[in-house]
Write a protein that binds this ligand. Structure first.
Ligand code: HEC
Ligand code: HEC
Ligand code: HEC
Ligand code: HEC
Ligand code: HEC
Ligand code: HEC
Ligand code: HEC
Ligand code: HEC
Ligand code: HEC
Length: 416
């Protein structure tokens, strides 16, 4: 009887106690608890991938030799890892059910990383595991994934900020530091603006390469399409293909993009017009000066009108309409700044005129309201003046009536 119970317990125990173990390969977990724990959080566990799918071995044995079998794959070799992950991920049949792309492996071999790995064993470059981990693989949409946009600066920077490692390939090691200080890095990492680019948005993830000179503008233009459209009309862009062609990054830098200042039209620091057009007689300098003058003039009038509207608002005027006109003017100013990229002052005439028109309309409308406000004050003044006069007259009349009454009663009293 007790033997029977013991046998039943033996049969059921693994089911009961095995609930928290990575299901079919729990024999591996008996000795590899750490890997099993990490793996149990991964997206692969849900997808039915097991230790044995990646490493081989046998599920039926709990001794090393039996479990490992003859064909255990360690996958510590970077190429073996890439082939293992990439092999399954390029299986169209398998990936269709999950709606995943199947081009990671083929793109990887085209990347700087893959090309270097293909030349031989190279533990310096990124493999699938460097960017996704081996056992803790998460969805790339999970903020904890090392491939998530907010984590890329650490993941890519882990190697690319390592000067010793990068020195071997003649690469600088400043990209992550520069990026953290840039408008893009601050927007994404500090302000949480998801529209700002992370490393892989400019380089691609699996095909990570430096964009070739003729692709850089395309990379920036993906997001800054309005500016890109005007830039394409400029004399800087026309000679595409020639080594002298100017790109977005010639003026804005690539990793260290800063908030642009209008001073760039006048100065001679890196990226400023004067950096390349050093000769004061170069016609390009006059173009820069004219763009600066025209755009800043509109900016200054908008600013002055904004102040006037604010002051009037403080006196209690309702100025919704005027604020609307100023918003329109500001929109036109933004457009004008984008249009400067065409380097053609004449192109801006129309938008600047319309901007000034909106400011004039604001001022007209404000003047009308100010006039009405003044008229109302005068009217109210007159009204209260008259009312006061009337009250005084009433009071005096009252005095007079009372005085007469008193005189009359005194006369009557004297008579009695
Ligand atoms: C009885 C304990 C035991 C079991 C069960 C076991 N292993 Fe191991 N495993 C070890 C030990 C000990 C090592 C380290 C010694 C070595 O490198 O062979 C190891 C090493 C490994 C390595 C690294 C090999 C290398 O060369 O780096 C892998 C991969 C591995 N095991 C996978 C598995 C898988 C998959 C299973 C389940 C099918 C499994 N193990 C089951 C004990 C076990
Ligand atoms: C999706 C594929 C995949 C799965 C599933 C997987 N591994 Fe691995 N494992 C790898 C890769 C790739 C490496 C090499 C990691 C590296 O190079 O950093 C590795 C390395 C290892 C190592 C060697 C660790 C070391 O530090 O040397 C052990 C042990 C191991 N795995 C055990 C397991 C066990 C146990 C499971 C199941 C719980 C498991 N693996 C599931 C891909 C996988
Ligand atoms: C240099 C880092 C890096 C390497 C190396 C890398 N990945 Fe990725 N991976 C990413 C990033 C970043 C994403 C996020 C999506 C994107 O921007 O394309 C991603 C996305 C993915 C996705 C989600 C689906 C998709 O394509 O968008 C899968 C699956 C994937 N990678 C598998 C792999 C495999 C397999 C390998 C190896 C052949 C690999 N990755 C190598 C960084 C990398
Ligand atoms: C046996 C097939 C197989 C192997 C080997 C494999 N994967 Fe996967 N992987 C999958 C499947 C299936 C999914 C989809 C899981 C889901 O969406 O629920 C997946 C999902 C992923 C995702 C998440 C994609 C997303 O939705 O963002 C990444 C990243 C990934 N795998 C990377 C790797 C890496 C890195 C390796 C090697 C260490 C690897 N895979 C090995 C089958 C595999
Ligand atoms: C494991 C370390 C490692 C990680 C992680 C890594 N890289 Fe690399 N990367 C390298 C090495 C080493 C090279 C040099 C190989 C070569 O191009 O000759 C390189 C080359 C590159 C290049 C080509 C540079 C050139 O001019 O040849 C680009 C672009 C690049 N990586 C971008 C990225 C991005 C983006 C990420 C993150 C999504 C990333 N890397 C993650 C090690 C890494
Ligand atoms: C806004 C787009 C953008 C972002 C974001 C970006 N890069 Fe770049 N990166 C570029 C451009 C453009 C070049 C090519 C520069 C050139 O040709 O002058 C480049 C070049 C590189 C190179 C080649 C060596 C060099 O410095 O010229 C590496 C490596 C690199 N980037 C890594 C990274 C890493 C790592 C990150 C994230 C921390 C990152 N990049 C973020 C646009 C970007
Ligand atoms: C993935 C989309 C994306 C890509 C690619 C991109 N940017 Fe941006 N960029 C943004 C966003 C979003 C902002 C606004 C950030 C913020 O919230 O302040 C921005 C801001 C800027 C600004 C500052 C604008 C201002 O008024 O402060 C400049 C300059 C700029 N980017 C230039 C570039 C250049 C040059 C490249 C190519 C090397 C590039 N961007 C690539 C999305 C992108
Ligand atoms: C010849 C130098 C130069 C080149 C090339 C250049 N820019 Fe600019 N960019 C400027 C200057 C100067 C400003 C400041 C305009 C202002 O504040 O009036 C600016 C402003 C900007 C702004 C902020 C204004 C806005 O409209 O939001 C963005 C974004 C921007 N540039 C992106 C780009 C992109 C993308 C490219 C490539 C397609 C590019 N720039 C090429 C000089 C340049
Ligand atoms: C990184 C260097 C560089 C910067 C910065 C630069 N330019 Fe240029 N610019 C050039 C080169 C090189 C040419 C000659 C192109 C050609 O002749 O094909 C040129 C040509 C021009 C031309 C056409 C001149 C002609 O004779 O046809 C104008 C206009 C011009 N630039 C204006 C500007 C303005 C305005 C700025 C600042 C917003 C600026 N450039 C910033 C390098 C630069």
């Amino acid at each position: 009887m007790s033997a029977w119970l013991f046998a039943a317990w033996l049969a059921l125990a693994p089911l009961v106690s095995g609930q928290d173990e990575p299901a079919p390969a729990s024999n591996c977990a008996t000795c590899h608890g750490k890997e099993a724990r990490v793996f149990s959080e991964s997206i692969h566990r849900v997808a039915g991938v097991t230790c044995i799918t990646c490493h081989g071995g046998s599920p039926d044995s709990v001794d090393v030799a039996g479990a490992h079998g003859a064909d255990l794959k360690s996958l510590r070799d970077p190429r073996a890892a890439v082939e293992s992950c990439g092999g399954c991920h390029s299986d169209v049949e398998r990936m269709r059910a999950f709606g995943l792309r199947t081009d990671q492996l083929s793109l990887y071999w085209t990347s700087g990383h893959g090309q270097q790995l293909a030349k031989g064993e190279n533990a310096d470059v990124a493999t699938c595991v460097s960017c996704h981990s081996s056992h803790a693989v998460l969805s790339v949409k999970d903020p904890l994934s090392p491939a998530h946009p907010t984590k890329q600066v650490e993941t890519c920077g882990g190697c690319h900020s390592d000067a010793q490692r990068m020195g071997k390939y003649g690469l600088p090691a400043d990209q992550a530091d520069e990026y953290r200080k840039s408008v893009h890095g601050r927007a994404l990492l500090e302000l949480g603006h998801r529209a700002a680019p992370a490393c892989a948005d400019c380089h691609g993830s699996h095909g990570a390469l430096p964009p070739r000179v003729d692709q850089v503008e395309f990379v920036c233009g993906n997001c800054h399409s309005t500016v890109d459209g005007f830039f394409k009309q400029s004399p800087h862009a026309k000679r595409s293909g020639s080594p002298a062609t100017i790109e977005c990054v010639s003026c804005h830098d690539n990793h260290g993009v800063q908030k642009p200042s209008p001073q760039m039209f006048l100065g001679d620091d890196a990226g400023h017009c004067g950096a390349c057009h050093a000769d004061a007689a170069d016609p390009a300098r006059a173009v820069g000066q004219k763009l600066f003058d025209d755009v800043e003039q509109l900016a200054a009038t908008i600013e002055a009108a904004t102040l006037e509207v604010r002051t009037a608002g403080e006196r209690g005027l309702f100025l919704g309409e005027e604020r609307g006109y100023l918003d329109d003017a500001r929109g036109l100013l933004v457009r004008a700044r984008a249009m400067t990229h065409a380097l053609s002052p004449a192109l801006l005439d129309d938008v600047l005129e319309r901007g000034k028109g909106m400011v004039a309309q604001t001022r007209d409308s404000l003047a009308t309201k100010n006039r009405m406000f003044r008229d109302r004050r005068i009217f109210t003044g007159i009204f209260f003046g008259l009312a006061l006069l009337f009250a005084v007259m009433l009071w005096m009349y009252g005095l007079e009536v009372r005085g007469r009454a008193r005189q009359a009663s005194a006369a009557r009293g004297g008579g009695a």
